[in-house]
Design a protein around this ligand. Structure first.
Ligand SMILES: Nc1ncnc2c1ncn2[C@@H]1O[C@H](COP(=O)(O)OP(=O)(O)OP(=O)(O)O)[C@@H](O)[C@H]1O
Ligand SMILES: [Mg+2]
Length: 592
């Protein structure tokens, strides 16, 4: 999938009927509007200068001979009617085109969203959520503006210019040629200066962006900044940013004002030159005063569409760049879509996991996991230990299907994950994180994730997770809002919410990634004691630094720089205590 203007044009043609109707309306609107500026000026010649012509003669034929006020009134009504009709037609026309363009951008947004739901996590991380949001907010809007503008205004503008050109040529071809040839130059020149404004605006926007970013970080990390007594430094930085906004703001307002005024001056100068040309033609050529006034009106009518076409061209360049950025989303690597050939999780409450020669890299350069071989038997409790950065979390994330290792294989009950599907893996293997992320919703929502689960079951899970008392003491119980990222709960409470969530999800396999690190040893012990029933005969992987947490394991793997350097039973490894203890707490704890 790739969005190009050609593809977008094809999308437009999906609305063929609407498109054709809108264009017919556009043509009628132009036909209706083109003669309007001609009528009143004609009266100057025919009524004021008493040279009866086309208009009065036709009125005489249809409505009979009139007094001067009669002609004026009739022509006024006719002009107003034509202008109103033009108004109605253009509203209708704009409506149809905005339906088409909004539908197209809606489809672009939808395609982007569905692509995002499929991209690999690794790719998502390297892209960054900020950049993705700006694609949705800024770039799609840019394309939308272009579509809205171009498909609705381009045709009307071109038709209007053609219509006016024909009328001007009929009035006086020499004057018309002069206007038609010089006019584009006037408009382009005045546009050029107007565009300077966007340059200054860009600088001002940049200053704002940089200020917002610095301010956001300062506010987000306010605690951290206070704790390290760095407020003054950070505020100073913000002063500098604010000053930048001031400077760029001043530059923008006076320079842009000047540029806009100058551009308007050029525009008006062109206008005056044309008027002079028209008066000149009256004085030395064949042009009546009425026709001269009509020419004045048509100058206004024509300048607008010429500007419009230039705007469309400008907006086309912006939209092209925006489309290029949007296409980056479609170029992002997708998560491999494995077929659901076999489901080892069905009809059993737990499974075996095997890793064969598995290697993994986030950036295709440095390997974070190297040739990992593991066999985690059904129902066993296995611990993974290792220094910080040794690859434990990465390994856990591969087992739950967040990432897919390009080298080596992952098996569940001897079925390769390629025949199971990463989504199925995620559904049945539960990873309890160290810093679980919570939604800014109630505790209940955070536990059930919107699924229907009885309060009874929820409270049972909360009890096991050692949270029952705490929740009961809250005024709103499980309907308490937890705040953004769960800010209103303590770190240990958040970890336990996440464990309760796991209990309710009833997975076949559970991985704890330092998920009880914030709990005191006593609470942790109570928790695992209470979990015994839930985890009974369930394959469990425990990643921990604390010795007390892994004591319950049947088997221990030790990672170092992405490699398994030791494996064996807990007692086995205790014997080699030298190496083992490097990676877990203190010897004092071991002796307890
Ligand atoms: N999302 C990521 N993108 C790129 N590199 C990453 C990413 N996550 C981890 N790494 C790198 O991979 C290596 C292993 O990280 P990992 O989080 O697996 O270690 P860990 O053993 O869980 O450490 P800790 O005990 O501190 O949690 C580190 O060098 C880290 O910098
Ligand atoms: Mg980790």
């Amino acid at each position: 999938m790739h969005y190009t203007f050609k593809k977008i044009l094809k999308e437009v043609l999906n609305y063929k009927k609407k498109f054709i109707i809108a264009n017919i309306i556009a043509i009628i609107a132009v036909i209706v509007s083109t003669p309007a500026p001609l009528l009143m000026p004609l009266l100057v010649d025919e009524v004021l200068l008493k040279k009866p012509g086309f208009l009065t003669e036709n009125i005489d034929k249809i409505l009979g001979v009139q007094e001067a006020y009669g002609y004026i009134l009739i022509v006024l009504i006719l002009t107003l009617f034509l202008r109103s009709l033009f108004f109605v037609l253009t509203v209708l026309h704009d409506y149809i085109f905005s339906v088409i363009s909004k539908n197209i951008t809606y489809k672009i947004r939808k395609d982007m969203l569905s692509q995002i739901s499929k991209i690999s996590l690794n790719e998502y991380e390297s892209f960054g959520s900020g950049k993705i949001s700006s694609l949705f907010l800024i770039d799609v809007a840019t394309v939308e503006t272009f579509l809205g503008m171009s498909i609705s205004k381009l045709i009307v503008s071109i038709l209007t210019i053609i219509g006016v050109a024909i009328v001007l040529l009929l009035i006086n071809w020499k004057l018309a040629l002069f206007i038609l040839i010089v006019n584009p130059f006037v408009v382009i020149l005045s546009k050029k200066f107007a565009r300077k404004v966007s340059f200054y605006k860009k600088n001002e926007n940049k200053a704002y962006e940089s200020f917002t970013e610095a301010l956001g970080e300062t506010l987000d990390l306010f605690w951290q900044i206070r704790a390290s007594n760095q407020e003054n430094n950070f505020i100073k930085k913000l002063f500098v940013e604010s000053e930048n906004i001031k400077k760029t703001g001043i530059a923008f307002s006076y320079k842009s004002d000047a540029a806009l005024r100058f551009s308007f001056l050029l525009f008006l100068s062109g206008f005056e030159i044309f008027r002079a040309g028209a008066i000149f033609t009256v004085a030395y050529g064949h042009l009546s005063i009425g026709m001269m006034l009509a020419t004045f009106s048509y100058l206004w009518v024509m300048m607008g569409p010429v500007q419009e076409i230039l705007n469309i061209q400008y907006s086309y360049h912006n939209a092209k760049k925006a489309l290029e950025r949007i296409n980056k989303i479609f170029e992002m690597q997708k998560e491999p879509l494995f077929e659901h050939i076999k489901n080892p999780f069905k009809d059993t409450n737990t499974n075996m996991i095997t890793l064969k020669n598995l290697s993994f890299s986030y950036n295709n350069k440095t390997e974070v996991l190297k040739n990992i071989n593991m066999k985690i038997f059904k129902g066993k409790k296995v611990a993974i230990v290792g220094a910080s950065g040794s690859g434990k979390t990465t390994l856990a994330q591969i087992i739950v299907g967040f990432y897919h290792a390009k080298q080596g294989d992952l098996f569940v009950d001897d079925i390769n994950v390629k025949n199971i599907g990463l989504d199925v893996l995620r559904e049945h293997i539960y990873l309890v994180l160290q810093n679980p992320l919570l939604f800014n919703e109630t505790i209940k929502f955070n536990l059930t994730m919107g699924k229907e689960i009885s309060e009874d079951e929820i409270f049972k899970a909360l009890k096991t997770a050692q949270l029952e008392e705490i929740i009961k003491n809250l005024k709103n119980g499980i309907n308490t809002e937890v705040g953004k990222n769960g800010i209103k709960l303590s770190g240990g409470q958040r970890q336990r919410i996440s464990i309760a969530r796991m209990i309710l999800a009833k997975p076949n396999i559970v991985i704890f990634d330092e998920s009880t690190s914030a709990l005191d040893i006593q609470t942790e012990e109570n928790l695992f004691e209470a979990l015994k029933d839930t985890l009974k005969e369930k394959t469990t992987i425990i990643i921990a630094h604390r010795l007390s947490t892994i004591k319950q394991a049947d088997f221990v793997y030790m990672l170092e720089n992405g490699k398994i350097v030791e494996e064996g039973t807990f007692e086995n490894l205790i014997e080699k205590e030298g190496i083992f203890l490097k990676h877990i707490k203190t010897k004092g704890e071991l002796n307890k």
